[in-house]
Structure formats: C-alpha cells, structure tokens
Design a protein. Structure first.
Length: 230
C-alpha cells in the first residue's frame, strides 16, 4: 500500500453552507496535502455538512473554493462528479466499516481534525505535518468512539427480561428500571456499572444537554435519531 507524507493541513468553517451542500448550517472543511514516495502530490478533503461527511480526492487544492463569497456552482458540480470518493458511504458509521479502502487512514486523519476543537487541531497539525502517515497513531474521533460503542452494543447478548408478573408492583417497577439500564441495546450510552451517563447528547432542536440519568440519555438519543433520520 502506498505511503504518503503530510505536507500541509488546512481547516476552517464556512458560514451559510458550501458548494457541495448548498446554503445551510455552518460547514467544517479540512484538506490535507499529501506527497507520495515517488514525489507526486495528492489532495484529500472533507466537508462536513450538518454531520454528514463529503470526501474528495483531487490533484490540486480545492480548499479556497469553499470560502468564496459567490459559490462557483460549475466548479462544485465538477468536483462532485469527478472528485467525490465512492465506496466510503454517506455517513461516518458507513465510513468506519470500510477499513480496507486505500485512503481509510488518510480520511481518519481528516475526520479527527474536523471533529476536534481548535486547540487540539493546532496541536495535532504541529505534531504531524512533515511526517509519514503510518509513523504515528491517529487518535479516535468522537464519531469513531460512538461507532465502536454501538457495534459493541449490537454484538452484546441482551439480558433476559425479568418475570414481572410474579412480582409485587413496586418490585416489578424497580426490576423494569434495572433491566432498562442494563440493556445496552435500549440505552446506547449505558455504562458497564449501570450508573448515570455524563456525556452530551443532542436534543431534538439541535441543542446539547447533559444526560443526568439513563432514561434521559435514551430519550435524548432517540429524539436525535428520529430528527436526523427525517
């Protein structure tokens, strides 16, 4: 498999949407300039539009085109037709299933940059520009950690549901709550000890809230999934 040297990395936020996505929410754009062992140049870019990744491979930089005041529609039509990378799915979940793709690690690199805060982006760029991909570890982004967790939940054997009919009402209710907390398929962010979940979840309107209880965590996640699917 070909090895690439990281020559440069750029990242920024476009207000109001970009060519690949049209007008809309703010879009994060990242681009990495790579140099092959033979000396050839290659540019990979990632434009995340409302949580959806759009991945491109080109022979020249396209980064600045995303930030032009007037969208060059003809340019982005050409980019989507000939630069869009097929075979990586239309979501982060689908991307992480494609571990055999020739640019899997390169796009993992861009995903980590797009999903990190600005201080971490600056630190990571300073640490990796000028190095060969494969000579350092790419940390897992939040979306990769979520994907791994959901796979673990999908593969886990669900606990059998208690026999509520044989219990007193108060006991049955307590058993029902306990079963709900332990069932990772129902509560996607459940911790092993069944304690409260302190991670951030998106609510229906796009805002984030802290999951102070398993039930709230599940309901927030369910609302977010329903919103994102519609």
């Amino acid at each position: 498999m070909a090895r690439y040297l990281i020559k440069d990395v750029k990242c920024g936020v476009v207000d109001g949407g970009v060519g690949p996505c049209g007008p809309g929410p703010s879009v994060v754009v990242a681009e990495v300039e790579l140099q092959s062992e033979a000396g050839g140049a290659l540019f990979l870019s990632l434009a995340e539009c409302d949580g959806i990744p759009n991945m491109y491979k080109t022979s020249a930089s396209t980064y600045d085109k995303h930030f032009e005041d007037t969208i060059d529609e003809a340019f982005f039509e050409e980019l989507n037709a000939n630069g869009y990378v097929d075979g990586l799915g239309c979501s982060y979940e689908e991307f992480f299933e494609e571990t055999d793709h020739e640019f899997y690690q390169e796009f993992r690199y861009l995903i980590y940059i797009v999903r990190s805060d600005w201080d971490e982006i600056d630190r990571f760029k300073a640490e990796t520009v000028g190095k060969w991909l494969g000579d350092f570890d790419i940390p897992k982004s939040d979306v990769e950690e979520d994907w791994e967790y959901e796979k673990e939940c999908d593969d886990a054997e669900p606990e059998p549901e208690p026999d509520y009919a044989s219990m007193k009402p108060a006991e049955a209710f307590e058993a029902m709550v306990g079963h709900f907390i332990s069932d990772s398929n129902r509560c996607p962010f459940a911790k092993e000890n069944g304690g409260s979940c302190d991670r951030q979840a998106k609510a229906f309107d796009g805002s984030t809230e802290t999951c102070t209880s398993m039930l709230k965590c599940h309901l927030l996640y369910k609302r977010y999934k329903e919103f994102s699917e519609n």
